[in-house]
Design a protein around this ligand. Structure first.
Ligand code: SAJ
Length: 430
């Protein structure tokens, strides 16, 4: 099938790079967002998200004259839905954005169109939720128009490369839809394109992120066990991973971001009686910030639930993972707020965060100003620039002589030479 015009609904971390990449590959693209601020920012040459290389890609897409940004979708050969699927208070997927994007396509749908859902969704969403909405057009999915599910699998920080080079799965509600999806994405995808049915593709996406979440939970539980047995978990993992069939992930302060901490719940929601391991893993990871707080309180000689009584603590790193500027569901922020709720004064520094109103957290301009009058320094994100801090400079900036490292970012021996004791998550008893 030939696709001359594509309408992309949702211009976030996935929709915007996808729209621009189609445009730079010669396709006429209408990029749509319901948020007027995003539309005007993009129309005026700005950018509302940070991702390496994205500014350049957006500029190239505009220069190609193939990209238009609008708040209303238009008739096209293909529609791509790339809107968020957050979760509700009860941990169920919030499909409101998916539904309203599908509703917006209904009056525009023409015979032989292709509609692709990219948003991460619970199994059967394409068939049970999207198809019935689109069928309200009077056209029938599968016979009059085509419908497929194709999840994005790109890693924040490497989106532009992975969008083109990752293997891509396309699940059609029938074979014709899957093959049309293959024709559409082969415009720019250089990785393998695998076709299947839509529910398998939905499940594949959730399985990928769930296996990562369960494995991180296992690493976090190993860290807690190591703390009990006087073992250094980081050394133990490094040795275990020399086994040819073992690959233990890294413990840390918890799981953040908008994917790994959310997607496993879509499986739990769909079959809670079955997904018990998945639920437990989620609970372990959600509880990891509280575990880090117990390490911090032990360093300060404070018992459970006792007030920190105004003690100043410096936290270094606020984003959900290293070297990105994204703070969504960040465990570091959760830790800062848990401490502040117990009357600690939190001075925070993050090289990627400059202006943010974060309740309970005082954002500082430099790591030096965060540590200066602090009683304890805590490393929460392994940003390259924080790992490069010179321990001797740290010694001269603060009176804190014990520091908590939740990411195995600082070498205990190097810091000891500078006169600072590092208490590491998963290696506390040594
Ligand atoms: N984390 C650990 N230990 C580890 C690895 C990660 O504690 O060993 C933590 C990170 O610090 C972070 C969280 O997990 O807080 C998630 O980070 P991540 O790098 O594992 O994943 P995301 O959320 O940035 O991106 C994931 C990716 N999925 C997989 O690797 C299976 C990406 O490919 C997906 O496209 C993305 O989710 C998504 O959008 O679904």
């Amino acid at each position: 099938m030939i696709f001359r015009k594509v309408c992309v609904l949702g211009l976030g971390y996935i929709g915007l790079p996808t729209a621009c990449t189609f445009a730079t590959h010669g396709v006429n693209v209408i990029g749509v967002d319901v948020n007027p601020q995003i539309v005007s920012t993009l129309q005026n040459g700005g950018l509302h998200i940070a991702e390496p290389g994205l500014r350049n890609l957006v500029e190239t897409a505009f220069l190609s004259k193939n990209l238009q940004i609008n708040h209303e979708p238009e008739k096209a050969d293909a529609f791509i839905i790339a809107v968020p699927t957050p979760f509700l208070e009860n941990k169920h997927a919030d499909l409101r954005f998916v539904k309203s994007a599908a509703e917006a396509i209904v009056p525009l749908l023409q015979p032989e169109n292709l509609v692709v859902l990219e948003s991460t969704s619970p199994p059967r969403t394409t068939i049970d939720v999207v198809a019935p909405i689109l069928d309200k057009s009077g056209l029938k999915s599968g016979s009059d128009f085509m419908l497929a599910y194709s999840p994005e699998r790109v890693l924040p920080g490497q989106i532009l490369h992975e969008l083109i080079h990752n293997a891509r799965v396309i699940g059609g509600i029938d074979l014709k839809s899957a093959e049309a999806g293959q024709d559409l994405y082969s415009i720019f995808v250089e990785g393998e394109i695998v076709i299947t049915d839509s529910t398998t593709a939905e499940m594949v996406k959730l399985m990928e992120n769930t296996q990562r979440d369960v494995n991180i939970a296992l690493a976090n539980e190993f860290a807690r066990l190591a703390d009990k047995f006087g073992v250094d978990v980081w050394e133990a993992i490094e040795i275990a991973n020399r086994h040819p069939r073992v690959n233990i992930l890294k413990p840390g302060p918890g799981v953040g971001g908008h994917c790994i901490g959310v997607d496993p719940w879509f499986l739990v929601e769909s079959a809670p009686e079955v997904a018990t391991l998945i639920r437990s893993a989620r609970e372990v990871n959600d509880n990891q910030p509280d575990y880090v707080v117990t390490i911090i309180q032990r360093c300060l000689g404070i018992s459970d639930s006792e007030s920190f009584g105004g003690i100043q603590i410096a936290i270094l790193g606020l984003t959900y993972k290293p070297d990105v500027d994204d703070i969504r569901q960040s465990p570091a922020i959760r830790i800062g707020q848990l401490l502040s709720d117990r009357n600690a004064v939190i001075k925070a520094f993050d090289p990627y965060i400059t202006e943010k109103d974060l309740p309970g957290i005082h954002l500082m301009d430099t790591w030096q100003s965060a540590v200066q009058t602090s009683k304890l320094v805590v490393l929460l994100v392994a940003h390259s620039s924080l790992l490069a801090i010179d321990p001797f400079e740290m010694f001269s900036q603060t009176d804190s002589r014990i520091m908590v490292d939740s990411v195995n970012g600082w070498d205990t021996d190097d810091w000891k030479k500078a006169g600072i004791e590092i208490i590491k998550l998963g290696a506390q008893m040594r």
